[in-house]
Design a protein around this ligand. Structure first.
Ligand code: MN
Length: 247
């Protein structure tokens, strides 16, 4: 909230109080209190800056261009991801969650009705931090050899993995994520809705693709399929998957 907002809010509050005072003059029978309930203080301290922080992108804003434009990355990282971090910090402020690692917050709030806000923002913070690392400039191409063997073993071929991942990403109804995971001794493709991730399913995430509209709409409008194919062909970071693969 900037200084001009505070001034506007102060004016609005004074107007409300004047209007309420006027109502009390019109009729003392009105079941309305003579003064408006005290609104939240307009000079509240700034949102807490921790315990969680927005990680910097591991490449320049234009590093994934033309697959993902600098405009999309700028909004996605600087506005969307930042909002999840800010909201998470606000939600955990003064609670025991403020002292927990992010993964622990996700696992302990999953499915808990009155912790949905914390869970969603924690999940989205984790998912986005993982997504930035799942992409790279000049990505795609041939996976490192150990990972490639694992892919062939689990899917039959790299092309078969591409087809299965594409199907998962394009068939996720509404917002969500499409993942390559390690499930026991095999690799698998899964999709999750909204802020969900493999972390609550006992699977190890290797890579993810964000299929929320904000991830591609400025560049591809409604063409999610074109975004997914471009990411898989040119931006997916196989090296990151190989690092994540438990040996
Ligand atoms: Mn996103």
């Amino acid at each position: 909230m900037g200084p001009s907002d505070i001034v506007k809010t102060a004016i609005t509050r004074r107007e409300v109080m004047l209007a309420t005072a006027g109502l009390s003059l019109i009729g003392s029978m009105a079941a309305r209190p003579a003064t408006a309930p005290d609104p939240a203080p307009t000079t509240a301290a700034a949102a807490p800056s921790g315990p969680f922080t927005l990680p910097p992108l591991p490449y320049a804003d234009n590093g994934l261009d033309p697959v993902i434009s600098a405009t999309t990355l700028g909004f996605h990282h600087g506005k969307h991801h930042k909002a999840y971090v800010d909201n998470l910090n606000k939600a955990v402020s003064g609670t025991p969650y403020a002292d927990l690692p992010l993964e622990k917050i996700i696992s302990t709030t999953y499915g808990v009705a009155d912790k949905v806000g914390i869970y969603n923002n924690a999940g989205q913070h984790w998912n986005h931090s993982f997504y930035w690392k799942s992409l790279r400039p000049q990505g795609g191409g041939e996976p490192p050899v150990a990972l490639r063997h694992k892919i062939d073993e689990s899917f039959g071929s790299l092309d078969a993995l591409h087809k299965e991942w594409f199907a998962a990403a394009t068939s996720q109804f509404g917002s969500g994520w499409a993942w390559l995971v390690q499930d026991g001794n095999k690799l698998a493709v899964i999709k999750t809705g909204n802020a969900d991730s493999p972390l609550t399913r006992g699977q190890k995430p290797l890579l993810t693709i964000d299929v929320w509209e904000h991830a591609y709409y400025l560049d591809y409008q409604n063409r999610r399929a074109d975004y997914v194919n471009a990411v898989l062909d040119k931006s997916i970071n196989w090296n990151f998957a190989a690092e994540n693969l438990a040996v």
